[in-house]
Design a protein. Sequence first.
Lengths: 454, 252
Amino acid sequence: MPDVTGERLLCGWGRAGATRALLVSPRDGGEIASLFSRSDFSRSGRGGMIARGLGRSYGDAAQCAGGTVVDTTAHLTGIGEVGPSGEVEVGAGTSLDELVRQTLHKGWFLPVTPGTRHVTVGGAFAADVHGKNHHVEGSFARHTTAITLSTPEGEHRVSAADDPELFWATAGGMGLTGIVTSASIRMLPVETDRMLVDTDRFSGLDAVMAAMEEGDERHRYSVAWVDCSRSGRAVLTRGDHARLDDLPPGARRPFREHPVRPLLRAPGHVPNGLINRVSIAALNEVWYRRAPAHREAELQSLWHFFYPLDAVADWNRLYGASGFLQYQFAVPLKRGDVVALAIRELSRQRVPSSLAVLKRFGPASPGPLSFPMPGWTLALDVPIGAEEVAQCLDRLDDAVGGAGGRVYLAKDSRLRPDLVPIMYPRLAELHEVRRRVDPGGVLRSDLSRRLGLD
Amino acid sequence: MLDAFGQPQSAVVLGGSSDLAGAIVDALARRRCKTVVLAGRDEDRLASAARAAKTAGAERVVGVRFDALDVADAVRAVDESFDAAGAVDLVLLAVGVLSAERDELDPARTAEVVTATYCWPAVALTRVAARLQEQGYGRIVVLSSVAAVRVRRQNFVYASAKAGLDDFSIGLSEALRTSGVVVQVVRPGRVPTKMTAGLPKAPLSATPEAVAEAVMAGLESRAQVVWVPASARWALLLARFVPQWLWRRIPG
């Protein structure tokens, strides 16, 4: 039988809405099968089961109140040899951090990375995460050649060619089609661990959006940080991997040691309200002033470029005990007005929102629940406890849904359930696959119950 | 399920026909709450509360009958309410009987007030706690009163029972700290309701709508104690230290 850690109170990265579940750590697919075969996992009965990695989903995606949560990080780990074309088999519970550490000095980097490297490979696939290169490279699943998936109906090796329905329903399917135990990922060859970065400052949202439409294609990576408190002034950073001959002649070591520990750690107890309008406005001001009006081809460490927030461990605690949420939505390219509306509304509500991240997405992946769609995406942190925010976000949801856009389920903790089929019109394809691989409805999470996905 | 703002999708309301409960259910149903179980004594009042809940946006409203004087029946009432709701995100306890000066030397009336305001709720909450722990999550909101913080001569029978319930709920909240179940105590000032009709308007009074708004904010903050109005917190902190000879002279 799998290791049973015991009953645990689990919450998402936003630290709101913790629920209690039995936490287990199976060693392999066989042990997961024995969990699935337990009789108390009926749809009506107590229970349900969902996989959990490093708990970086902001909301309730990796929780299962009163049921069983499968921790993949204890045993379902490991990194194989990187093949000549970059393919590597990785355990689902392995973190992207570990994967980068093991492979970067050999000249390989993640094909797609989110803003933190402390997520697991299984979670990255199940949320079909995206990074700053989505406009050219698409989302995580596009670079995953196959997965091993444990379902109540047995273990499957699934690739997009053999079983496209199951593969793509699992990419972005938030764990509702099974538990990914390992994945084969095609890594990206890089010559150095540094980036060549262009930085530009813009006084308004329109200007930065125009610059992104015009120039994103020239860079592999592009993202803008927008100050919501000041009518959308923004800093756009775009970059590419530095080649060996981009390095200064005296310092051509392609790969350097990277410190394992984060620079800072947030204290264990932080009062509510530390992150407020004043402190946020001050931070945003510093951030904007620090950025150059225009700078080209600056050499930056890859770690700094991709993972600025990972320098502060447990930064989510800074929001205090009430916690916070992240609101991220995507709208079609022509509906940039919804991005402007969101920034206007949230600044009018005087939400003490830190910087919002604005990104232009490229083509969508075939996953029915995969979040990215061609267009714009905006993500911002919102502390819980600010007045009227809930209603404000509800109104924004309507605008997003009405524009043919959607809210990111991996970050969600408050969406109105009736908007899910509007935002994800191919939801029926997930249900179709679930009827095949999970006819008993064992796989469910707090998220799936809240949004009626199961 | 509860969302990040603590808003429930399903609620069980014990004492579902009270004015305060009505205002809170209205606010909940306008947000996310689609399933409401209203448990109470008076069938007609439950029916009109159910109509109001539907108007506010609830899709499924179920009535459950109980009598708060029948302590032995409390477990049945809770179980029936839970079974009717399916998963229960929020339990609102709004049960109680106000006492008046004319009642205070009447043993039978004292028994009624204490039973309905303390005994039945305490037994019911014990069962609610067990059911929610089984679910692995849930929210309990107990309507207490500022009167429970420092008992006054005018309604001491009721206030003492509320004081007992208030302390019971705080204790329950501590006992459930790591269970995923959050217990919150709401202490409104005097609310002009059918219970207080005819009494003069008191300081620190709160309308049912103000209580509902404070409960919504409390669901979000997960505060153990919610004061309505918020200033009551400081007034009552002061009141704890007022000597009795002065306390009895303060009007209201």
